[in-house]
Write a protein that binds this ligand. Structure first.
Ligand code: HEC
Length: 137
């Protein structure tokens, strides 16, 4: 056997050995073992994100769900900034105002529950009421 033959044979052996290593690395089982913990972690973090979703702030809620009536006074809605109209309402206490905004309220006009937007949380309606009150006293 000459030197060239020996070099070729050892190169071929080294090559097939490395192929075996790569093939073993990518077996179904090996892949599952390597990816399983990452998959579980993703599911868990997605659930946490849903629970911890930030509430929309009072200005955003007011602008999207309340302004249509409360900026112009549609159907007897107390206009934001109309201190005379808001003073006796504010005297009922913030808690009562928030409860009336959540559940709906009928005086001379009708305030629909959550301004007619059932996707708003209690907290979001409360933040909108606080925003409206802060501009009306
Ligand atoms: C479809 C029109 C309409 C929308 C939309 C609306 N309101 Fe009203 N709201 C009214 C009317 C009308 C009244 C007055 C009811 C009365 O006292 O006669 C009122 C009254 C209120 C009051 C005073 C309640 C009280 O006890 O005096 C609050 C607080 C209030 N609305 C908050 C909100 C908030 C917060 C939103 C948005 C999430 C909202 N409103 C959306 C029509 C609306």
């Amino acid at each position: 056997m000459n030197k060239l033959m020996i070099k070729l044979i050892s190169a071929a052996l080294a090559f097939s050995f490395s192929l075996t290593v790569i093939a073993d690395h990518n077996t179904e089982e090996a892949l599952q073992k390597r990816t399983a913990p990452i998959g579980t972690l993703n599911v868990a973090s997605a659930e946490v994100e849903t629970v911890a979703a930030e509430p929309r702030d009072g200005v955003t809620v007011y602008n999207t769900a309340c302004m249509a009536c409360h900026a112009s006074g549609v159907a007897g809605a107390p206009m934001v900034g109309d201190i005379e109209n808001w003073t006796p309402r504010i005297a009922k206490g913030l808690e009562t105002l928030i409860a009336n905004a959540i559940n709906g309220f009928q005086g001379e006009g009708v305030m629909p529950a959550r301004g007619g937007n059932p996707t708003l949380t209690d907290e979001e309606v409360g933040l909108a009421v606080e925003h409206m009150v802060s501009l009306s006293q």
